[in-house]
Ligand binder design. Structure first.
Ligand SMILES: CC(C)(COP(=O)(O)OP(=O)(O)OC[C@H]1O[C@@H](n2cnc3c(N)ncnc32)[C@H](O)[C@@H]1OP(=O)(O)O)[C@@H](O)C(=O)NCCC(=O)NCCS
Length: 168
């Protein structure tokens, strides 16, 4: 398996993986492929990584800028994250998250936020936020991972492409 940046021509395969991954989940409203496409169209995917298994897209992760208290900064939001159902529980999701976080740290970002299952994201160092909030997020499901000592305070907003998933 190779974790690599999205390249031209990957979009359809990424969309299929995202659609299939979320199709079987109770918490999805089916908008995730549109979120990925919206981020891409807006030029807002700061980082778009695919897990490439024998030339096929087996997983995808997106990172995009968030605002905190209405201000743009150097924090990013993780998601959507998706792995082909036939290839889940083989470490692909972990590899995508870890590779993404390493790149963000190297590039000097301030930190990363995520809206998701704490049972999954805790292992990467994400922890419930105190000073940062996400409107509408159930307790514990909004988590942050600062890369340095500075943690901004205020309400976080994901990119408009997230629509309802932004917590609005
Ligand atoms: C969540 C997802 C990306 C994980 O990808 P994956 O490649 O299966 O994950 P990994 O193989 O790296 O799993 C690592 C660990 O997480 C666990 N895990 C997987 N999905 C989990 C979940 N939804 N909640 C809690 N733990 C989970 C696995 O059991 C595994 O633990 P183990 O090694 O102790 O068995 C994948 O299941 C998926 O695409 N799900 C549907 C879409 C989704 O929910 N995306 C995340 C939205 S926040």
């Amino acid at each position: 398996m190779l974790i690599r940046d999205e390249i031209a021509g990957d979009a359809a395969a990424i969309s299929a993986v995202v659609e299939n991954a979320f199709a079987g989940t109770v918490y999805s409203d089916g908008t995730e492929p549109a979120i990925v496409a919206g981020l891409r169209d807006a030029g807002a995917m700061t980082l778009s990584l695919v897990a490439d298994v024998d030339g096929e897209v087996a997983g995808h992760i997106a990172f995009s800028p968030v605002t905190v208290a209405g201000a743009a900064g150097d924090w990013l939001g993780l998601g959507p994250l998706a792995v082909d159902p036939a290839r889940q529980r083989q470490g692909i999701g972990t590899a995508l998250v870890e590779a993404g976080l390493v790149r963000l740290r190297t590039r000097g970002h301030g930190g990363c936020v995520v809206f998701g299952d704490p049972a999954y994201y805790r292992r990467f160092g994400f922890a419930p936020a105190r000073s940062m909030t996400l409107k509408g997020a159930p307790a514990g499901y909004f988590m942050i991972l600062p890369f340095g000592t500075a943690i901004p305070a205020g309400e976080v907003r994901f990119h408009d492409a997230f629509g309802v998933a932004s917590g609005d």
